[in-house]
Design a protein around this ligand. Sequence first.
Ligand SMILES: Nc1ncnc2c1ncn2[C@@H]1O[C@H](COP(=O)(O)OP(=O)(O)OP(=O)(O)O)[C@@H](O)[C@H]1O
Ligand SMILES: [Mg+2]
Length: 193
Amino acid sequence: MRLLIMGPPGAGKGTQAARLSAHYGIPTVSSGDLFRAHIKAQDALGQKVSALIARGEFVPDCITTSMVFRRLLKPDIKGVGWLLDGYPRTLGQVEALDIAQAELGTRLDGVISLVADPNEVVGRMLKRAELEGRADDNEATIRRRIEVYDAETKPVLDVYRERDLVVEIDALGTVDEVFDRITGSLDAKLAAR
Ligand SMILES: Nc1ncnc2c1ncn2[C@@H]1O[C@H](COP(=O)(O)OP(=O)(O)OP(=O)(O)O)[C@@H](O)[C@H]1O
Ligand SMILES: [Mg+2]
């Protein structure tokens, strides 16, 4: 199974992705987590992207795509599938993933769109900042991430909507409530195809 999880910053993608991975038995690949691991390791890639990420700007497509695809070629993913969190989030990344899938003869099964008013989840993110200390969870950067999401990532959702792959999920509620909504809608969508 090959799934995407999308939604504005702070919508709870990472939390739900972990639960969905366990439920469907597919590894999650999170571009944000991959970047944070490089930044923590202070390697060449991490040094290149840390300032951009701290400002809430996107990392250029070529860097992001090569990092994500390197992960997707690891053996634990072969023949199993994946849940992608945070990729693709530009139209260029959609094209890169389309080309890769055409070459591999695979296709996307579904796209989970977590719907949340970003203004309502700013509080969640500021709380997470206290727990995890993410450099990009401060108010100015959060506002910028929301702007970039609207400009770059909303068009990605439109593309997948046209392909009839999307389930829209209300992301406000408890973790369990949101999880049950996702699996309910997704299973129905997959069964209907
Ligand atoms: N596909 C991508 N293309 C470009 N930059 C990316 C991509 N994925 C992650 N990044 C960079 O990493 C940052 C953090 O990404 P991440 O997915 O962790 O956060 P988010 O979706 O904004 O918020 P949240 O973690 O609350 O869901 C982004 O703001 C961006 O700078
Ligand atoms: Mg995340």
